[in-house]
Each structure stands twice: as structure tokens, then as C-alpha cells.
Design a protein around this ligand. Structure first.
Ligand SMILES: [Ca+2]
Ligand SMILES: [Ca+2]
Length: 319
């Protein structure tokens, strides 16, 4: 139980990945990029994984360096947080890895939810104290462990700062197997610290969240450049939010300037992330910039969310 070591893998930062994905696709918002930036006003639903009022189900994977406690020294909600206190020791610890990975984790298969695929974010709060002047660039990491040997997804938590609370929010879409999360584990790498450093993390309010109603996480025009005589235009979209929202209606509109030239709609659950509209040959798009807009509508016709993307129309090949 205490032998799980974080995978030693080079971890591409999510932002870098998003940029690489955008470059590879050559268009639009990158799938998997954090959708929250412009969705801050959307109400969220929460599922509490641990309120840290009892640290009893967090294991200590490094008893030589680590002490665990439910602590009232720093609590974000309720009375206590989980104190993950580490005395960095480059001489002792695991026999073969004296400069190792002090860690604590919780096995969800003993009671917590392991299928996270209906949620958008893993969230928690972390407060750090340390004997150092400041935390190292990579102060700690988190790993999500899946069934089977050595399958996990790890993230650096490099936004955590000394003497303050930091909100952690990770898109669940970046977890390799969101439907199978058996364990959550926090760890430090002793190689990022000096021998003798003391560092404590107070972890609280560990939750899964999702948007309370359907929203568009991202959308894009399938082709950034189309011919004026193309008859079909396709938009691709990512639907987030409460999954009951698959009943929601997706409306696609295509136009230029203030004029809409074509519109179609379908049920979100039937569309698989793509919707195509037919352009009337009698009303082709003129060369220049054009737009497509996706709107999510509830049964009463109320617009829940919309996004727009632009694309360019050029003269057809004249065949
Ligand atoms: Ca608490
Ligand atoms: Ca050690």
C-alpha cells in the first residue's frame, strides 16, 4: 500500500500541450484547454471527495520523512485540513531512493467515487509553510492512479505558494482514465529540496465539480478556410456540464457581418460533437470573413450558452 511511487515521467505542461495541439490542428480553441476562463459565472455542482475533518483514510507512504494529521492550524472550510508535513532527508527513507518521493494518498476504492467522467474538475485548496525562504519551482505534485500496474496521470502543482492558500483546479479531461480513478496521491520530490528543509502542505476541501447546466467547453469551425461554393459547413464542439444536458438542443448558425445565412439544429446527445449545416446554393457566402455560432437551448427555447468562431471564405476553384 505504501510502495506506490509516482511515475517518473517527463510531464508536458498542460498549457504547452494545448499550444502544441492548437498548432497541430492549425485552428480554433484547443481541445482540453482549461474551459473555465470565460465560464466563471456558471454555477457549479460539487461532489465532496474529502472535507479533511478526519485524516484517518489518508495513508503515509513515507513514514521516515512524513507526518500526517488533521490540523486546525490552517483550515479552508470546516475545522481542519490534512497536514502533510515533511522533513526532507536525503540520507534516509526508501532504501534504494534516499532522495525520494514523500507522499500521502487516499484509496477511493474503499468508499470514494472512482468514476469521475461525469465531472469537469478536480479541485482542492492547499496552504504551504516551509523553513525555506520560498518554495522550489515545483513544490509538490498530484497523481491519479488507475487500475492495473503503474497506470497513472500526474500533474505538477507549481502554483502553490508559501504562507497562502492556493486553489487547485485540474480539468478531469486531462486524466488518462477519468472513469477509473482508484487513488489520489500528493507527493514532493526530495530532489527539489535541500537536505533538512521542512515543508508542510495543508490540504482541504477536495471536491469534484461540474457546471450545473450544459455549456460549450470549446467550439471551432471544422475548416478555417472554405470555398464560396462549399455546400456544407461543420462546427465541432465540446459539451460540458451536468450530463442530463445531453437532451439539450444544439443550434448552429452560419453567417457573415450581421446576417445569418443558414441554420440547423439537433439534440446534443445525438450529435457526437459535430453539427453540419447545408448552405442554400442560392445564398452562397461571399468571399471574406464569416462566422459560425453554436447555441445551446433548453426545452423552453432558452439559450443556456453560446460560442462563436470565425472562418475565411475564398473564391471557389471554379471547376
Ligand atoms: Ca476541512
Ligand atoms: Ca529521503
Amino acid at each position: 500500500m505504501t510502495s506506490t511511487r509516482p511515475n517518473i515521467v517527463l510531464f508536458l505542461s498542460c498549457r504547452l500541450f494545448a499550444v502544441a495541439a492548437a498548432l497541430a490542428l492549425g485552428c480554433g480553441p484547443a481541445w482540453g484547454d482549461d474551459p473555465a476562463d470565460d465560464l466563471a459565472g456558471v454555477p457549479m455542482e460539487r461532489l465532496v471527495l474529502d472535507d479533511m475533518e478526519d485524516a484517518g483514510d489518508w495513508y503515509n507512504g513515507s513514514p521516515e520523512e512524513t507526518k500526517l494529521a488533521a490540523s486546525d492550524l490552517h483550515a479552508k472550510e470546516g475545522k481542519t485540513s490534512l497536514e502533510f508535513a515533511n522533513q526532507v532527508d536525503h540520507m534516509k527513507g526508501e532504501k534504494n531512493y534516499p532522495i525520494g518521493w514523500p507522499r500521502t494518498g487516499k484509496d477511493l476504492n474503499k468508499g470514494g467515487p472512482t468514476d469521475w467522467s461525469d465531472y469537469e474538475f478536480f479541485e482542492c485548496w492547499i496552504y504551504a509553510t516551509t523553513s525555506r525562504d520560498a518554495l522550489p519551482r515545483n513544490p509538490l505534485g498530484i497523481g491519479f492512479y488507475h487500475s492495473g500496474p503503474k497506470r497513472s496521470t500526474s500533474f505538477p502543482l507549481d502554483s502553490v505558494r508559501k504562507d497562502e492558500w492556493t486553489k487547485i483546479r485540474l480539468p478531469i479531461s486531462r486524466i488518462e482514465l477519468a472513469g477509473d480513478v482508484q487513488r489520489v496521491q500528493f507527493n514532493i520530490s526530495e530532489s527539489n529540496y535541500s537536505h533538512g528543509d521542512q515543508v508542510s502542505f495543508y490540504i482541504d476541501d477536495v471536491v469534484l465539480t461540474r457546471f450545473a447546466h450544459p455549456v460549450l467547453g470549446a467550439m471551432r469551425a471544422q475548416h478555417r478556410i472554405v470555398y464560396a461554393d462549399d455546400r456544407y459547413m461543420t462546427a465541432q464542439f465540446e459539451l460540458l456540464g451536468n450530463r442530463a444536458g445531453k437532451e439539450v438542443q444544439v443550434v448552429l448558425e452560419v453567417g457573415s457581418g450581421s446576417e445569418a445565412f443558414a441554420q440547423t439544429s439537433g439534440k446534443a446527445g445525438d450529435l457526437g460533437g459535430e453539427i453540419t449545416v447545408r448552405i442554400d446554393p442560392g445564398r452562397p457566402l461571399a468571399p471574406g470573413e464569416a462566422w459560425m455560432k453554436i447555441m445551446l437551448q433548453d426545452r423552453a427555447g432558452k439559450i443556456l450558452h453560446e460560442r462563436q468562431a470565425t472562418f475565411r471564405v475564398i473564391e471557389g476553384p471554379g471547376l
